[in-house]
Ligand binder design. Sequence first.
Ligand SMILES: Cc1ncc(C[n+]2csc(CCOP(=O)(O)OP(=O)(O)O)c2C)c(N)n1
Ligand SMILES: [Mg+2]
Length: 357
Amino acid sequence: MLQTAQRTAKSKGKKGAPASLGEAAVGKGAPPHDRFLEAFRWMLLARTLEEKLVSLYRGGQITGGVYIGKGQEAVSVACGIFLEKGDIFAPLIRDQAGRSAFGEPLIDVTRTYLGSRLGPMRGRDGNIHRGRPRDNQLAMISHLGAMVSVTVGALMAKRFRGEKGFIGLSCIGEGGMQTGSFHEGMNIAAVEQVPLVVVATNNHYAYSTPNDREFACHDLIDRAIGYGFEGYTVDGTDLANCLDVIGGAVKRARVGRPPQLVVASILRLSGHGEHDDASYVTDEIKREPFARDCLKVTEHTIVDLKLVDTETLAEWRRDAATQVDVAISTAQKEAAPEGDEEDWCAISTRDLVDSLE
Ligand SMILES: Cc1ncc(C[n+]2csc(CCOP(=O)(O)OP(=O)(O)O)c2C)c(N)n1
Ligand SMILES: [Mg+2]
């Protein structure tokens, strides 16, 4: 029997440092989750990259929109970090941290934003709709809600091929949750009992529309039981909580439990896109606990618990900045697409899509 929607307990405080960071990087304290520091570095990389993209956009060097995930990095990184090769990831516009943690090279991002013909979308696509379907990173469809059904379809295809042990994770905003497509996707996921995790981030606005004009239910997680999902809530400003709850949902989906819905609460700390000054965001909401900046909260935790020393933190910042600079300067030197010479394959380069032969 399917469970009712559940609310989570606070982060359990797992011990141990990520092996990949090495002894030298680790200070005296124990991280509140064993992937905490690794996750922080993906968050830092995403924030550094997006701040740079914003300044390029303001300098007129990026064509099209720039949409960033400021404030959403803790939720997003937890979406990407637990996925394994063979899993399906359907990120949305605020998921740079998750994309990077799942394996998207920075150069894919900068080539797409800067219109290089060597990018995965050959410089022809609007920045955030990039993907590598062959590597299971789905290219997002703009129509909100549609990616849930696309992910369900990808999971069913794997099932038909006899693959085992895979899961899919699809991201959505609270605005996207109100579309017909979302409901259809959730319904068929539960009917087919596919190994799916849906992570919904309630950042309290859909463009300029606040929560009270988006939905009338008491709590979005209460919908989980109606869909036939197991449901969990998470504080999206608390990285350890995000890792515990989303990591737990990934594990449950992998062992065959019903589809999982996680609803995270945060505040969008940017405009909808960089063309939007977000002047409609009230001062009152900016004082809410969910309005905290997850990156700053995580940095404070690192310092308070003495997880690494300040020199290491500074080195991580420099490393992120260097990686971003290299990816940008590389893409800036590359040629733009030539319309007459293009192979107008709809998705991207032909060697990135599944071959039907
Ligand atoms: C079906 C559909 N309607 C409208 C839009 C235009 N649109 C793009 S993003 C957006 C707001 C999305 O809000 P939310 O789902 O809360 O995500 P957030 O931007 O807050 O991360 C809208 C209305 C769209 N892409 N698809
Ligand atoms: Mg929203």
